[in-house]
Design a protein. Structure first.
Length: 202
């Protein structure tokens, strides 16, 4: 963290990045120069969002806390390598978190463990419950989430659990924005169909 960031930015590009990334720009740059308070501010700004994403994917509070802490440790370790090249800091940070989730899930799979999906779904469903239909119950969303594909759950976790924009989610996942938009649309459509079908049986 004591290594200063020496990256060169054209004025127009730097100005555009500041507009897109807001106050993250100054915070990241000063953190790259070793300012500890800037690191603390970044941690406080993103902790809840990273934690919600981790919980939505792992379903375990303990695992989510561990992954969140590990994400920020890696952030500190790798921050000097981050550069403003059209990718916001948030996308870079959640790429680290996403890779951590993938590694955790692989380790679980090798040990024959599975994600406790109900806890994971609550984290995401609670975050966008009001955005779909005020009459929907959280439990309905939790149950429906379990019937989505992994790709759909992943996109919803980033878009609603972590509150990333489409662009940020796409960069975090290494996918095209159009793919993320399509996956989100399909996921929300699937949720509505599942919920409608379940209610018709009640």
């Amino acid at each position: 963290m004591n290594r200063a960031f020496q990256g060169h930015q054209e004025p127009a590009v730097a100005s555009l990045i500041q507009v897109i990334a807001g106050s993250d720009y100054d915070l990241v740059n000063t953190a790259q120069r070793g300012d500890q308070q800037s690191l603390v501010t970044l941690y406080e700004r993103y902790y809840d969002r990273v934690y919600r994403f981790a919980l939505s994917r792992l379903g375990s509070v303990a695992d989510a806390e561990d992954l969140t802490q590990d994400t920020f440790l890696k952030m500190v370790d790798k921050l000097s390598s981050f550069s403003w090249k059209g990718s916001p800091f948030s996308a870079w940070l959640f790429r680290i978190a996403h890779n951590g989730v993938v590694d955790t899930v692989r380790r679980r799979s090798r040990r024959g463990l599975q994600v406790p999906m109900e806890a994971a779904q609550v984290a995401v469903a609670a975050s966008y419950e009001g955005g779909m239909d005020d009459t929907l119950l959280l439990n309905d969303l939790v149950n429906a989430m379990g019937r989505l594909t992994q790709a759909q759950q992943e996109v919803l976790s980033l878009r609603f659990g972590a509150e990333l924009s489409v662009s940020e989610a796409a960069q975090a996942l290494g996918k095209a924005e159009g793919t993320v938009k399509a996956t989100q649309f399909q996921a929300l459509q699937a949720l509505r169909k599942i919920l409608a079908a379940e209610r018709s049986l009640q």
